[in-house]
Design a protein around this ligand. Structure first.
Ligand code: UDP
Length: 317
């Protein structure tokens, strides 16, 4: 069965956020009916403004930590509702935990009631500061449960546990995707993540804020690649995951700063700031599983994705 097909009604929680708004756009383009639920904590009405006229699109301003009641059929649910940048999820850490745990339970109860498939947007943060490199899905991770990042990391780990328990206890149709660092248009100006920070600083001629010495690594995926991976995962049968969706091209943060400076032709200086607590030293997805099970691999390299993202930020700042 095609769970993203035009005959389906799809709930996207966190649909007004960075990833959610791109997902809504792609699903609407396929002709699906989309119900977008968002509490607008980090999501923005402006991200979904252009869909509001569509008869296929409904927006519900609601929070998944309240019990979620939706009239009519829901065939599948993408659960994206949670602040995702370290700056945003640490602003209200208890709420982050509650969103991941109680919110997940509410979404799974809704799925049970509607007999819907649920795709949980998990994260590479479940691997913590990884001792295995690159990270495969069978790596259990190295997370400090006491750290300021833990509200998100442990929250997402617990959400995965709850998905598996609903699957074992109630046969709920669940899927888990581990999303690696993703960037692109619609990221908030105040998001605080590295790609948006560096681009905004470079365009404004302000200092580029390098945390630590910049030798830590990340592997950056352009948003369009992620959306294709999420949709492929929702469609595939008999595969719960977790599956890594990310771009395996790994860069130091220093290299990223140099690329952004070059592509924006910026004269900004790089200034060094303290490394945040428990900032992972390296991160790179092993995507063998996604290639095999989803026939998916990323198509957009960092230079190409940065150019599109720079063009977006240049148009909004
Ligand atoms: N970082 C940085 N300068 C910034 C923002 C982030 O050097 O202005 C670093 C951060 O310390 C981390 C990496 O860039 O090592 C990626 O950070 P981000 O917040 O984008 O995502 P994370 O992968 O840590 O969740």
């Amino acid at each position: 069965m095609n769970f993203n097909s035009p005959t389906k009604t799809i709930l996207v929680t966190g649909g007004a956020g960075f990833i959610g708004s791109h997902l809504c756009a792609a699903l609407l383009e396929r002709g699906s009916k989309v119900v977008c639920l968002d509490n607008l904590y980090t999501g923005k009405k402006s991200n979904i403004e252009r869909f509001l006229k569509s008869p296929l699109f409904t927006f519900l301003e609601a929070d998944i930590t309240d019990s979620v009641n939706i009239e009519g059929d829901i065939d599948s649910i993408y659960n994206l509702a949670c602040p995702a940048s370290p700056k945003a999820y640490q602003r209200n850490p208890v709420k982050t935990v509650v969103t991941n745990v109680e919110g997940m339970i509410n979404i799974l109860n809704l799925a049970k009631e509607k007999n819907a498939r649920v795709l949980q947007a998990s994260t590479s943060e479940v691997y913590g500061d990884p001792l295995e490199h690159p990270q495969k899905e069978n790596y259990w991770g190295n997370v400090n449960p006491l750290s300021p990042r833990a509200c998100y990391d442990e929250g997402k780990r617990c959400a995965e546990t709850i998905c598996m328990d609903y699957n074992r206890e109630y046969s709920t149709d669940v899927k888990i995707v581990s999303i690696f660092n993703t960037y692109g248009p619609n990221m908030s100006l105040d998001d605080g993540r590295v790609v948006s920070n560096f681009i905004i600083q470079a365009l404004a001629g302000e200092n580029i804020t390098m945390y630590g010495d910049g030798s830590q690594t990340r592997s950056f995926q352009y948003i369009d690649d992620l959306i294709k991976g999420l949709i492929a995962m929702m469609d595939v049968e008999s595969f719960i995951g977790p599956v890594n969706i990310g771009n395996p091209d790994e860069f130091t943060i220093k290299k990223l700063a140099e690329k952004v400076k070059k592509l924006t032709k910026s004269k900004s200086n790089i200034v060094y700031k303290a490394l945040p607590i428990n900032d992972p030293k390296q991160r790179q997805p092993d995507i063998t599983l996604a290639k095999r099970e989803l026939k998916w691999s990323p198509q957009i390299n960092l230079d190409e994705g940065l150019k599109k993202t720079i063009a977006y930020f240049a148009s909004v700042i």
